[in-house]
Ligand binder design. Structure first.
Ligand SMILES: [Zn+2]
Length: 332
């Protein structure tokens, strides 16, 4: 057998074993994942004080640093501008770099390319560079990654490619997402429960989040195998919120038990999967596994259902003032 065929056979065999028999397997497979965290300095920055953002950031970074997890955080600089708090909010952002992490651009105003159009999108990209670029330079780093808000990459292919060409010309590498368990949607309910000191509900939401994450990881691992014959170096989307600050250690443990090692985004992007044909466009932003599947004319089926109890509680909450999540434009 030629080396390439041998290799392909090996990855298919790996997927077949793990796709059907994870229950009896004693040792998890060797998996790799890069963690990315969006909406810095905080997803709900408009309804948090600078002191609360600083406290949340310190807690989140302490766990990530202690466990030596490489992370790229994606910034919405618009969230830095609150009267009387600008310096403090910039300091909270700078904590990421002081702790050894990297920052990328997520547009100034968390702009959807699908809704705003190319011109406004490009303006928000440029406006979103000012502070981040300065802070990175102080740490002898360069601004090199971009993540689309809502994962909205364009409603038509011309717009998508124009935006990508613009971003590449400004020196960016696009940061795809292959794993996403909508932590922002859980965090809305968690934050509200925390403010009301409802610890029972907080715990309920954490359990639901971890269960849904496990179900999504199952789904995305199997989709990877079905689609490309192996599990690529995955890229997980999380958000800077109190839920992650308080409970990311449990999520990391869940990933470790599935055999994941934590790698840099740069390392993840070296996987050949990220060079596969991708012509996805649409109203709704989605992950790259879905991009590849739809590009091949095979829209994926069977995604886990978002827990209805959490969705109901989330819908009952008042809409946050100008707050927006990263991924999935549909409300859970
Ligand atoms: Zn976002």
């Amino acid at each position: 057998m030629k080396p390439l065929l041998t290799c392909l056979f090996a990855v298919f065999a790996f997927c077949m074993v793990w796709g059907t028999a994870d229950s009896w397997a004693a040792t998890p497979p060797d998996r790799q994942i890069a963690i990315t965290i969006d909406d810095l300095p905080a997803g709900a920055a408009n309804s948090m004080s600078a002191a609360a953002i600083t406290e949340m950031t310190a807690k989140l970074l302490a766990t990530l640093r202690q466990q030596q997890i490489p992370v790229v955080g994606f910034v919405n600089e618009g969230k830095l501008y609150k009267w009387g708090e600008v310096d403090e909010r910039i300091k909270a952002l700078n904590m990421w770099l002081d702790a050894g992490f990297e920052l990328g651009n997520h547009t100034f105003g968390h702009i959807s390319l699908n809704k705003a159009g190319l011109k406004d999108f490009e303006e928000s990209v440029v406006r979103g560079e000012t502070v981040t670029r300065l802070l990175l330079a102080q740490h002898k780093m360069k601004l090199r990654y971009f993540r689309h808000p809502y994962l909205d990459v364009g409603r038509d292919l011309e717009t998508r490619r124009d935006a990508e060409a613009f971003l590449v010309a400004r020196g960016y590498r696009l940061a795809p997402v292959t794993m996403d368990a909508w932590d922002w949607a859980f965090s809305r309910v968690y934050d509200d429960a925390k403010k009301r000191a409802d610890t029972a509900l907080q715990q309920e939401v954490v359990s639901a989040y971890l269960s849904y994450s496990a179900a999504m990881f199952d789904y995305e691992e199997k989709l990877s195998c079905d689609l490309i014959g192996y599990e690529p170096k995955q890229i997980l989307l999380l958000h800077a919120n109190p839920l992650e600050a308080d409970h990311i250690a449990e999520l990391l443990e869940l990933l470790r038990k599935r055999g994941y090692r934590f790698i840099t985004l740069e390392d993840a992007l070296s996987d050949q999967a990220y060079g596969m044909p991708d012509t996805y466009v649409g109203e709704e932003g989605t992950g790259w596994l879905e991009h590849w599947a739809i590009t091949r004319g095979r829209p994926p089926l069977g995604a886990p259902v978002f827990p209805p109890a959490v969705a109901q509680r989330s819908k009952a909450l008042p809409p946050p003032p100008g707050e927006t999540p990263s991924g999935g434009t549909a409300n859970p």
